[in-house]
Design a protein around this ligand. Structure first.
Ligand SMILES: [Zn+2]
Length: 346
């Protein structure tokens, strides 16, 4: 990992808690880890001790039986001393919101998230509609995917509803700048964008802690994707702005991410991620010296076999970079005679 003028990324905890156990990472902050049945095989969750006010849980895991069993164990062991009063979800992705509906019903807790993340979860959990299917087919066809990967990607529609069997019907809305009291700690809600539209992170200024969700991760670059429902979106602009905004927080903040290990080096990691995207933008611009399809750009960026799940994120990420270059005025997009979009450097 290259060092930067901002210092290095360091990990004060060298190992994660075992599934079903909890590790205190700061006074009143427990780190819980649950398994995921993906290549990304775990998620970190956080239990904040509010004393008499009970527990606040941050993120919930998938909406599957294995996750519910893990929570049952936790609720009757490490979390048994007080009730769960609040469940916060950082964003709408299934590994974060999947078990929220069940947890809220199981514990009687309130559910807190941003309005946009809650609405998108409600929309996607309702399952695809014919209009959505048509938009998806048009979007992935325009990208130039061959018949087999196209069929595989389209066959994945509806995967969200399988990972998120329900979404809480009642919301406590979180907005950027809100203060969330947990015992004597005041967590500030920090907004952002790019990975999803309106994620929340939680910052405890006095304790020097940041619960970052997927907005900044220590090892992997959070997926920044364009989706069929908003084909001309520029989420990369939102993400790059979010990365810059971390400079307002102290450099030695202990970051508690949803995947990987807690780390220090917020500014260094933000600079690395911004550098990663800038390098990709340059590479794509160079590659589009000749007209290219989004599928060709995807193969160029992800030089390995991709299963349908990975392909959806890979092509979404390629189009995010292409749309950003169009928005910047560096790239032109035009439909070829077969209806497939071609991208060319201006
Ligand atoms: Zn996510």
């Amino acid at each position: 990992m290259p060092s930067t003028p901002n210092g290095d990324v360091t990990h004060p905890f060298c190992s994660a808690p075992e599934p079903g156990e909890a590790l205190a990472v700061a006074p009143g902050v427990l780190w819980i880890r649950l398994s995921l049945p993906f290549q990304l095989d775990h998620i970190n969750l956080w239990a904040l001790d509010g004393g008499e006010a009970g527990w606040t849980l941050v993120d919930t895991g998938l909406g599957d039986r294995r996750t519910r069993e893990s929570w049952e164990r936790l609720l009757t062991t490490v979390l048994a001393d007080k009730p769960v009063r609040r469940v916060v979800v950082t964003h709408f992705h299934p590994d974060h919101i999947g078990a929220a509906d069940w947890l809220v019903r199981r514990t009687g807790a309130e559910f807190a998230a941003s309005l946009t993340e809650w609405l998108i979860a409600q929309m996607l959990a309702a399952g695809p509609s014919p209009a959505f299917d048509a938009a998806a087919e048009r979007f992935y066809r325009r990208s130039g995917l061959d018949a087999d990967p196209l069929a595989a990607v389209l066959g994945r529609q509806g995967a969200y509803a399988r990972g998120v069997p329900g979404v809480p019907a009642v919301l406590t809305r979180l907005r950027a700048g809100d203060r969330l009291a947990v015992g004597s700690t005041r967590w500030t809600v920090i907004g952002g964008g790019g990975h999803t539209a309106e994620p929340v992170s939680l910052h405890d200024e006095a304790g020097g802690l940041l619960i970052s969700g997927d907005q900044i991760l220590p090892r992997i670059s959070p997926n920044i994707s364009v989706w069929p429902t908003e084909p001309d979106a520029d989420p990369l602009a939102d993400y790059l702005a979010s990365l810059e905004a971390w400079s307002a927080l102290p450099a030695d903040t202990l970051v508690l991410p949803s995947h990987g290990l807690p780390f220090r080096g917020l500014h260094a990691r933000a600079a690395e991620l911004a550098g990663h995207h800038r390098a990709r933008l340059e590479e794509i611009l160079e590659f589009c010296g000749a007209p290219r399809t989004a599928a060709a750009v995807t193969r160029r960026l992800f030089d390995r076999p991709l299963d349908p799940h990975q392909m959806v994120f890979a092509i979404g990420e390629a189009i995010a970079h292409l749309n950003h270059l169009i928005r910047r005025g560096d790239l032109a997009r035009e439909a070829g005679p077969d209806g497939i979009d071609l991208y060319r450097r201006r």
